[in-house]
Design a protein around this ligand. Structure first.
Ligand code: N01
Length: 505
């Protein structure tokens, strides 16, 4: 590194929150762009985000691994088409070590909030480390803490009364041996449908509490063959073609998600066939038949879920839950379902995932207020009055049809462009214009009205008043196009002479 680059780099401290796919992508891309003065603050003692936390039995990806991985770090030898959690976590560890990211991470640091000091163009990020509150200064502040990180415990009376073992799917208690036990699973989302088949193999009684029947499609999962892995290793073009094939196959699904939900009928037909084939009992089949358009809630993939529910030790309970008692789950019909353990597969705090952070931008404007009042943002990455702050997997960037890693990479390269612009032009800060984000969000909300998420179901994509601040209503290549170039006309670029002098010195 040249002396000048060193000075400039030190002048540009960057703080990244989280070490999941987002934080790691951001760190690698910063390094590739020549920025080395960044710190990742991680509240846990290990990297991996959701792939560290979700260790429940059966945890695996529902997007094919050859696509659910970084384009800059392809892996030729995934063991399965859809890899298990341990393999994805190992892949992330490999990325962190290969790109020298680990030495930038401060583990055990929980970010509490941040304040923007306009005169210095600096964020002051506060965090808790070993029970002490500390601060770090940063010219750029990147929030890579995803929306699927804070478990949501259900709002059911009596949770604290239960005398047996109870834990959330994302906080699996591996000390508890559930073999031969009576176990309740509350929830039937993406996590539950992976947990249920594993539990059904070993527990004496499995009671699945279903509020809404999900759509479950067959999962085209399989072991990767030796020939494929040899080809992918020795002829990288074949691996690239395989990734491209998966990408465009998934991308085709967007037509039903965001162009015309009527196109989802074909998938619904496959879902019904899948259910009919696996569940012969008409009463159980009726219970498991979804009553909303496929894709409105997350579309699930499993070859084992329905098959587990027809086992003699399994029971699907659709009666609403009244409360949790000391001995089990009491339903509204007055029946108490006695169990030894309860698994809460009840999802995450998605729509308000930033609410635990106290972030104040220009003139002390509060991020929670911005997110709950105007709810506007630009590209899901920047928010007016929060200069030099960047969100990853932020609002309206979630997908139902393709790989989030693709979106994360698009965001990371956009943020690098912003940071390069700040540095190269000696700017104090870039603040997205309110007019630009208003126009952007108007377009988004118009398109969301026609999307599958607006077809009339309740889901975590929507807030209580029905506002969709989670999903991206387009093809992912459209997002890539939108983030490919930083359009400065959409930002207030604020110049500060003192910073410019420092940088030149
Ligand atoms: O959570 P969910 P999840 N009483 O919110 C039910 C990602 N993911 O952890 O449908 C009774 O989807 C709730 O019922 P209902 C993926 O993006 C990815 O399963 O609201 N039930 C629902 O059935 C996914 O979308 C992978 O009526 C209650 C369930 O709990 C996201 O994580 C794997 C209830 C929650 O389902 C979240 O999935 C796993 C109550 N009070 C997860 N409250 C990959 O493979 C909630 N429920 C990449």
């Amino acid at each position: 590194m040249t002396a000048k680059a060193h000075i400039l780099d030190n002048d540009f401290p960057i703080v990244i929150v989280g070490t999941g796919f987002s934080g790691i992508a951001m760190a690698v891309m910063l390094k590739k762009a020549g920025f080395h003065s960044f710190t990742l603050l991680e509240k846990a003692t290990d990297i991996g985000g959701t792939w560290r936390d979700n260790t429940y039995p059966g945890a695996a990806c529902d997007v094919p691994s050859h696509l659910y991985s970084f384009s800059f770090e392809p892996k030729s030898d995934w063991t399965r088409a859809f890899s298990p959690q341990q393999e994805i976590k190992a892949y992330l560890d490999h990325c962190v070590d290969k790109y020298g990211i680990r030495e930038h991470i401060r583990f055990g640091c929980e970010v509490l909030g941040a304040d923007f000091e306009a005169s210095a163009g600096m964020w002051s990020v506060s965090f808790k480390e070993k029970n002490k509150t500390k601060k770090l200064k940063a010219r750029a502040f990147v929030l890579g803490n995803g929306a699927l990180s804070t478990p949501s415990n259900p709002d059911i009376a009596g949770l604290e009364d239960f005398k047996g073992d109870m834990f959330h799917s994302a906080r699996w208690n591996h000390e508890v041996d559930l073999t031969g036990k009576r176990v309740a699973v509350i929830g039937t989302g993406a996590s539950a449908i992976q947990i249920v088949p594993e539990l059904a193999k070993t527990v004496s009684k499995l009671k699945v509490f279903q509020r809404t029947a999900p759509w479950v499609l067959p999962k085209p999962d399989r072991q990767m063959t030796g020939i494929e892995n040899t080809l992918f290793t020795n002829i990288p073009m074949t691996r690239w073609l395989h990734r491209a094939y998966i990408y465009w196959r998934n991308e085709a699904l967007a037509t039903g998600f965001v162009v015309d939900p009527r196109l989802m009928k074909g998938l619904e037909f496959i879902g019904r066939l899948h259910l009919r084939y696996a569940v012969k009992d008409p009463v159980l089949r009726a219970k498991l038949s979804p009553n909303f358009t496929i894709g409105c809630k997350r579309m699930l993939l499993s070859n084992h879920y329905y098959q587990a529910l027809v086992k003699p030790n399994a029971e699907v309970i659709t009666e609403g839950i009244d409360c949790i008692t000391a001995n089990g789950v009491k339903t509204r019909d007055g029946i108490e379902h006695e169990v030894d353990a309860i698994v809460l597969a009840t999802g995450f705090m998605v729509t308000n995932y930033l609410s635990r952070l106290n972030i104040r931008g220009l003139q002390q404007y509060d991020l929670n207020t911005a997110m709950s009042e105007s709810r506007e943002h630009y590209l899901g990455i920047t928010v007016a009055h929060f200069p030099n702050m960047f969100l990853m997997m932020g609002p309206n960037t979630g997908l139902g049809h393709n790989s989030m890693v693709f979106m994360i990479e698009a965001q990371a390269q956009y943020i690098v462009q912003c940071i390069q612009t700040l540095q190269n032009r000696s700017l104090a800060y870039l603040d997205v214009k309110e007019s630009a984000q208003a126009e952007y969000c108007r377009g988004l909300q118009d398109r969301l009205q026609k999307s599958v998420w607006a077809s009339g179901c309740q889901s975590w994509y929507l807030s209580e008043d029905g506002h969709n601040s989670t999903a991206w209503p387009g093809f992912t290549w459209q997002y890539w196009l939108a983030t490919r170039r930083l359009e400065l006309k959409n930002y207030h670029a604020v110049y500060d002479a003192s910073l410019a002098a420092d940088a030149i010195a």
